[in-house]
Design a protein around this ligand. Structure first.
Ligand code: ATP
Ligand code: MG
Length: 305
């Protein structure tokens, strides 16, 4: 099933096996994904391909500056028939939510996603409503330095399990893309290969993947190093440690193993931790990125045998 899912995604997005694997890691880890890249690199296409590959309730929210919180979570509407107000659920009540160009909406609207992403529930009009599970937000955005964007607040970034980027395809894959899309788009021909019950079952199996005490200790040491770094205003959170453990388990599972190796943790450290780190103003101006800090920590922190 997972092989067919991978196959589906790679017929639509060419030459991006690593990004596709990362997306599958997040799916199995039951974590929200932020896909960040320059325009036209296939972000929306990849997110849609995943959504149609799963037989699940899917909705797409196009973020714009005038989008309101109620456009996401829903609101009370008056029904003339029975003379009362009833709740009409917004597009967030789906299994897979594509939050497209998330940094184009105002911070108030972005934060309407917060509770849903973190707590898997929504509170409106004093009432709390649970999301249907599995619940996965796939958000896309262009890099923050682009015009007309509101950068996501740190609290919002921390709720993304991992961040991935696609980058340009190489020459051969770009040619292949041109040939694929002569008349129709391969995306329109995709068929679902997995339903939500099967997905929930795989996610449960991932939680059973073994992690030795020394590897857990390694995760905690890596995360702690980001908190001690004087150039950072904000290090990785405890939620970051949990996500790193879960993604390492998912990566091991995808590789067909039943135990996590230290290199699973190393491979997941940049996608899971880098976007949570905030450099202070001085370090940022000298070009320091979260990714560089994580790579430095990986180079210098002792690896368990
Ligand atoms: N690596 C790739 N393989 C196959 N097709 C690709 C690849 N990269 C981009 N494309 C194609 O480019 C087109 C634009 O992709 P898409 O709309 O997903 O980009 P985007 O990253 O969401 O852009 P924007 O930031 O403007 O929203 C699509 O037809 C998509 O199939
Ligand atoms: Mg797009």
């Amino acid at each position: 099933m997972l092989a067919r899912l991978r196959e589906n995604l790679s017929t639509v997005i060419r030459g991006k096996e690593e990004a596709i694997n990362q997306l599958l890691v997040a799916l199995l880890a039951d974590g929200h994904v932020l896909i960040e890249d320059v325009p036209g690199t296939g972000k929306t296409t990849l997110a849609k391909a995943l959504a149609v590959s799963l037989a699940a309730r899917f909705s797409r929210i196009q973020f714009t500056p005038d989008l309101l919180p109620t456009d996401i979570v829903g609101g009370m509407i008056y029904s003339a028939a029975n003379g009362s107000f009833t709740f009409r659920p917004g597009p967030i009540f789906a299994h897979i939510v594509l939050a497209d160009e998330i940094n184009r909406a105002s911070p108030r609207t972005q934060s309407a996603l917060l509770e849903a992403m973190g707590e898997r529930q929504v509170t409106t009009e004093g009432e709390t409503r649970p999301m249907s599970l599995p619940f996965l937000v796939l958000a896309t955005q262009n890099p923050v330095e682009y015009n007309g964007t509101y950068p996501l607040p740190e609290a919002q970034l921390d709720r993304f399990c991992l961040r991935l980027s696609l980058g340009y395809p190489d020459h051969a894959h770009e040619l292949q893309m041109l040939n694929d899309q002569t008349s129709v788009r391969p995306l329109d021909a995709l068929q679902p290969v997995m339903d939500t019950d099967a997905l929930a079952q795989v996610q449960r199996a991932v939680r059973e993947v073994g992690v030795e005490a020394s590897v857990l200790d390694y995760i905690v040491r890596l995360v702690a190093r980001t908190r001690q770094d004087a150039r950072l205003r904000l290090g990785a959170s405890p939620r970051g440690s949990l996500d790193l453990r879960r993604c390492a388990q998912a990566a091991a599972f995808l590789a067909g193993r039943d135990a996590v190796r230290p290199d699973d943790v190393q491979n997941q450290a940049v996608p899971v931790l880098a976007h949570r780190l905030m450099a202070d103003v001085k370090a940022r101006h000298s070009g320091l990125t979260g990714e560089a800090v994580v790579r430095e920590v990986l180079r210098t922190e002792p690896v368990p045998a």
